[in-house]
Design a protein around this ligand. Sequence first.
Ligand SMILES: *Cc1c(COP(=O)(O)O)cnc(C)c1O
Length: 234
Amino acid sequence: MPLADNIEHVQRRIAAAALQAGRKAEEVTLLAVSKTFPPEQIRAAYDSGLRVFGENRVQEFAGKIAALRDLREAEWHMIGHLQTNKAAQAAELFNHIDSVDSVRLARKLNSAASHLGKKLSVLVEINIGGEAAKSGVVPDSPELETLLNAAPELPFLDLHGLMTVPPFSDDSQQSRPYFRKMREIFNHIAECRFPAVRMEALSMGMSHDYEVAIEEGATCVRVGTAIFGARTSL
Ligand SMILES: *Cc1c(COP(=O)(O)O)cnc(C)c1O
């Protein structure tokens, strides 16, 4: 299917899932995951109306951004694991880092953003399945509380929500308990009223399970394959 048809199809399903859950389609942002795809494809998606894009590697995006600078309304999100030694470069290239998973990384990003004179929008990535191979802060860990408590000392970061990638299953219903748990953590953090922390964005759901994520309260779904097609490389 051509890109524009894929996008329309996904947008229609997002609207239907929101309606099903008694929510408004406008409450859900579609973030197009463009990793491994060339700038021309990203431009085509932009021309079809998409504005929010996600990349998972600093190096790869560094090679693509030059060809995309004229896409004025595009919003670039870093959604992949970020090593602290790439924090400065990431802070330069992106305005949104959705995968902050340690206080150490948060401090590096804050200091890089302060040097650049910009404010970075950030989400805390939660390793909701506690998987050893995945990045993200483990729920109920001291690290999560330390990170949330550090927010007032990180004035160049706007910490405003959570992101997660649950354990993979072909069956989207398997993701539901993880999404539900994420919503509980999100609500709990909101109730705790950590200074300088807002809980507005809940980024969860990918091509195979974004409808379930919307039913469980996602405000942002990250969709790659269902928009751009299958990736031939990582
Ligand atoms: C690749 C990726 C996605 C998109 O996955 P699809 O299954 O292609 O929709 C979403 N989130 C993250 C963090 C990713 O790395």
